[in-house]
Design a protein around this ligand. Structure first.
Ligand code: ADP
Ligand code: MG
Length: 349
């Protein structure tokens, strides 16, 4: 499928550790005043005048990604996105990242250049400084760990714990695409194994494949909420799937929730691909991960400010904890939610 090693020839050992670090990082430019000292000393120095927010996410080959369908450039971009998404989910802005990689000798200088091209693109688009990291060899595979740093005023930070009964439950964008994109890529990988000359036509799946390979963290939603003068009462990003993120919000806020099946936002290609794979689209939206949308709650009084916005969908409301967490089906039945799926229906069904 993708030729991650095409034209790759320079062994990492030819540059040596310091040469390699220099080669991969010398082009990074500093954009933020808060970055005092970047790559090149024993540690970086930054100066946040507001409260600092920090998060780390690690991606491991064979667990989180498969290089037979994940181009390295996309992997670099995605590794940054999954981290920025966590900063934005705190209603903060990201300013710095560090990047640590461990890789086996099967990777070449050209392969790491590709990975860093994706990291560089993400850093440019989202306006973050790459201020350090670590580079080491590994016996097997590729691991990439990124740490993101951000800052915001204390009163802006939104935790998972602030939702109140009667708050509205809102989600950005649409859901289920990233999971289905992975399904399509996995299917094409199997076809390719049988017939290496096959050229997959992924055109009908462009949107969902892009959702899997090139997710975008919703910085725009944090900016939008600020512009609309709406501060969510609680917020979380959707990395594992809507149902499990909703459970986290409810547990941390000590509330229950009613979520409406007919409100769940789906792209038309999600619906058509679910039909093709004979999957229930609601199950896919509830359990499919990696959409990196924001799930948040707002006070009912803020409804008018967000109701006309095409990027935001009200999908339910919060209740007293004792009422539990339910999906109200299209048939108007109340189905208790579980961590994965809900009563009588799991991913395997
Ligand atoms: P040390 O031995 O003090 O840990 P290194 O030689 O590992 O220093 O790193 C030198 C500089 O390069 C440091 O500023 C470090 O943060 C940075 N650096 C190392 N590897 C990476 C990487 N993969 N991406 C970005 N910066 C890196
Ligand atoms: Mg080091």
């Amino acid at each position: 499928m993708f030729q991650n090693t095409k034209d790759s020839k320079t062994k990492l050992s030819e540059l040596g550790e310091f040469g390699l670090i220099e080669h991969l990082t010398s082009h990074f430019k500093i954009q933020h005043e808060s970055t005092i000292k970047s790559i090149g000393d024993d540690a970086a120095v930054f100066n946040h005048s507001e409260q600092s927010i920090i998060t780390t996410d690690m991606l491991v080959e064979g667990i989180h990604f498969d290089l037979s369908y994940m181009p390295l450039k996309h992997l670099g971009y995605k590794a940054v996105m999954v981290n920025l998404s966590d900063i934005y989910a705190m209603n903060a802005d990201a300013e710095q990242i560090t990047v640590s990689i461990a890789c086996s000798s099967r990777f070449t200088v050209e392969a790491l250049e590709e990975l860093y091209a994706g990291i560089t693109k993400a850093a440019e688009v989202y306006g973050v400084d790459v201020i350090g990291g670590d580079t080491t060899s590994a016996v097997k595979g590729l691991t990439i760990s990124i740490t993101a740093l951000g800052q915001t005023k204390r009163e802006n930070i939104v935790y998972r714990s602030g939702a109140k009964p009667n708050d509205l439950l809102v989600v950005s964008g649409d859901l289920g695409g990233a999971f289905l994109g992975l399904k399509v890529l996995e299917r094409e990988k199997e076809v390719f194994k049988v017939n290496p000359n096959s050229q997959p036509d992924l055109t009908p799946y462009t949107y969902i494949v892009e959702r899997q390979l090139k997710p975008e963290a919703r910085k725009d939603i944090v900016d939008l909420l600020k512009a609309l003068d709406v501060k969510p009462t609680a917020m979380i990003d959707i990395s594992d799937g809507l149902s499990s993120e909703l459970m986290h919000l409810c547990k941390n806020s000590k509330v229950g929730a009613n979520m409406f099946e007919d409100k769940l936002p789906m792209d038309p290609s999600v619906i058509s691909t679910c039909e093709e794979f004979e999957l229930d689209s609601t199950t896919v939206v509830l359990n499919g991960g990696e959409d990196y949308e924001l799930l948040f709650t707002i006070d009912q009084n803020d409804y008018d400010k967000i109701k006309a916005n095409p990027h935001l969908t009200v999908i339910g409301h919060m209740t007293e904890a004792k009422e539990g967490i339910h999906l109200i089906s299209r048939m108007n039945t109340k189905i208790p939610m579980k961590a994965r799926g809900w009563n009588g229906m799991s991913e395997e069904d």
